[in-house]
Design a protein around this ligand. Sequence first.
Ligand SMILES: [Zn+2]
Length: 318
Amino acid sequence: MTTEEEKALTEILEEHLNEEDLTLIYTPDSDDPPSPPSRNPHRKNRRWRQLNLKIKIIAGAVLLGLSAAAAASYYHLQYQNIETKATPQTESASASVTPAPAAPTATSAPAAPTVTPTAMPTSTPTPPALPREWNLILVNPWNPLPEDFTAELQTVENGHSVDARIAVYLENMLADARTQGLSPMICSSYRTMEKQQTLYANKVNEYLSQGYTQENAESEAGKWVAVPGTSEHQTGLAVDLVSSSYQILDQKQEKTPEQKWLMENSYKYGFILRYPNNKREITGIYYEPWHYRYVGYKTAKEIYEKGLCYEEYLETLK
Ligand SMILES: [Zn+2]
């Protein structure tokens, strides 16, 4: 501090502070202590200035206090903001951490890179949602029935039963065929899971007895008798119809007048020939010129007119 600055400061202090203040704040190192007697003439004026200064100090202190409080609340708010901003991050961090424990299985197998293509929606050909309508349910070797599937049945003739909703169409179709002098008959209709298991096991045994291995016997049997859970007969929407004069389930069935009529007219009642010739690769089942499936008139008509199998028809809906 220079001499001029010291002098100026002394003047300011003397101007504004009383003796007590000065002794507290200002410790003179020179021989010019403020002499109380010399101040006597200005005592009254000084007192007023002292009061004024005290007010200023108090006001300053209040202002300082207020600013400190404001600053404190500002920082408090800031801190809160940081906290609130940080909270979701912490949550998301913990959320992103959560899958991590599952990762070791993927990590142990070097499957991590394969995850990325799966996550890309464009690169993965996702199969379209199958029709939800009850009459359009797709059941084939690749689309088994839901495990909780149930059918509400109605008995039609000769103890056979089908889905109650299709009974009238089946009865009308058979009745109309009979008015044409034909004699169609139902030889298979709704099957329980147990029934399907028995039929399938019988077919497998047939191949085993011919010397097939278990694997080959099951594979071959599945082409003739649907693997349990994948048979349309379990839906109640399918029937096997044969000529009463020829009740063998083989390709000769197509030569009977009953099949010829059914193949041409079944669509009018909402039925399709479900396993046409030369479509085994698509349907998974060999040609069955006796298996009819209810899909409803509109769909059956389109399938009949376009010469499609059911899987091909569903493709057209994509
Ligand atoms: Zn059948």
